[in-house]
Design a protein around this ligand. Structure first.
Ligand code: RIB
Ligand code: NA
Length: 323
């Protein structure tokens, strides 16, 4: 079968200012401005498509310039766009990036908040035909839960990227995820929500592997947890779920060495590439998919922007070809 991925999620028009330092209350700064396509959903869909999977993107768009931009870009990347036409404006994000590459983001969900379970229910055919369904938490939980429910019924792998960190993922959604992919902050936020116990991100990253594995097992008892750790790579912990794995229950995969210029959307690059790799190479070990997604995400940070920074599969191979 063809490698197919369905991404359910947000599209935003990103407005990005690069500033020396993030603004403090009452402060007025000037910085270099650019705009471009973003939204975790669209970034991930673009990554999945450019990483070589036939990709459908289920989202909600407004009847405005942002919506037109999304349609044009999806078509240019061969993404099968399954948009719900909303009366709300297309989503927006205001992003400040400082000279250390740190960012602050404010989202105007707009149409993204209107993505409904009813619209997702109409996407039964692409979901059932996919190997992987991937979603984030910038869209209503009911919509994501509906997609994951359909995916599970059809034996399709579900990946939940629990971002942003302040979003709530109820237990009813959590149990439908085969894989969750938090960064360290998102891990701590979801861990507190699902177990009632608080861990600080600085403490989490100092845990040894056995202890991290134990924490992951409590966060998602049945499934696979991939904690993305930026330049430190990722930590993978497998449960009893149905994903193919080698003999190891947990391991680390190092990040690829690159010269980052803009890390906006790096997590999205990772998720889209992971989904595409799982869809394309069903027989490969999970560690190989994570290795590919790491390289893919690393290369995306060497380019400015979010969706527009996503590399093509052949570029990843060329960049990291060993001589
Ligand atoms: O993950 C990066 C994305 O988060 C940006 O493109 C912005 O739109 C927000 O959704
Ligand atoms: Na980038």
């Amino acid at each position: 079968a063809d490698a197919r991925v369905v991404v359910v999620g947000s599209f935003n028009v990103d407005h990005v200012w690069t500033v020396a330092a993030l603004p403090r209350p009452g402060e007025t700064l000037s910085g270099h401005y650019h705009t471009g396509p973003g939204g975790k959903g669209f970034n991930q869909a673009t990554a999945a498509a450019r990483a070589g999977a036939a990709t459908s993107f289920v989202c909600a768009l407004g009847d405005d310039l942002g919506g037109q931009l999304a349609r044009a870009l999806a078509s240019a990347d061969g993404i099968d766009l399954r948009d719900f036409a909303s009366e709300a404006p297309t989503g927006t994000a205001g992003i400040y990036v400082d000279h250390d590459g740190r960012n602050s983001i404010v989202i105007g969900p707009g149409a993204n908040a209107e993505l409904s379970a009813a619209h997702v229910r109409q996407q039964q055919a692409p979901i059932a035909a996919a190997q992987v369904v991937l979603a984030q938490l910038e869209s209503p939980v009911e919509a994501v839960e509906t997609a994951f429910g359909r995916a599970r019924d059809a034996g399709v792998i579900t990946i939940l990227n629990p971002a942003p960190a302040d979003a709530v993922a109820p237990a009813s959604l959590w149990v439908l995820a085969d894989v969750v992919t938090p960064n360290e902050t998102e891990f701590c936020a979801q861990f507190e929500r699902h177990t009632g116990e608080r861990i600080a991100a600085e403490v989490l990253v100092r845990q040894d592997d056995a202890r991290l594995h134990a924490l992951c097992r409590r966060l998602l008892p049945h499934g696979t947890v991939v904690i993305t750790l930026g330049a430190a790579g990722c930590f993978v912990s497998h449960g009893e779920g149905r994903l193919r794995q080698d003999a190891r229950t947990h391991y680390r995969i190092a990040a690829a060495a690159v010269q980052p210029v803009d890390t906006t959307g790096a997590g999205d690059a990772f998720n889209g590439a992971l989904a595409a790799s799982l869809a394309r190479h069903a027989d490969a070990a999970f560690a190989d998919h994570v290795h590919y997604a790491n390289r893919y995400a690393a290369l995306s940070t060497e380019r400015a922007g979010a969706a527009v920074a996503m590399p093509r599969d052949a570029e990843v191979e060329a960049r990291f070809r060993t001589v």
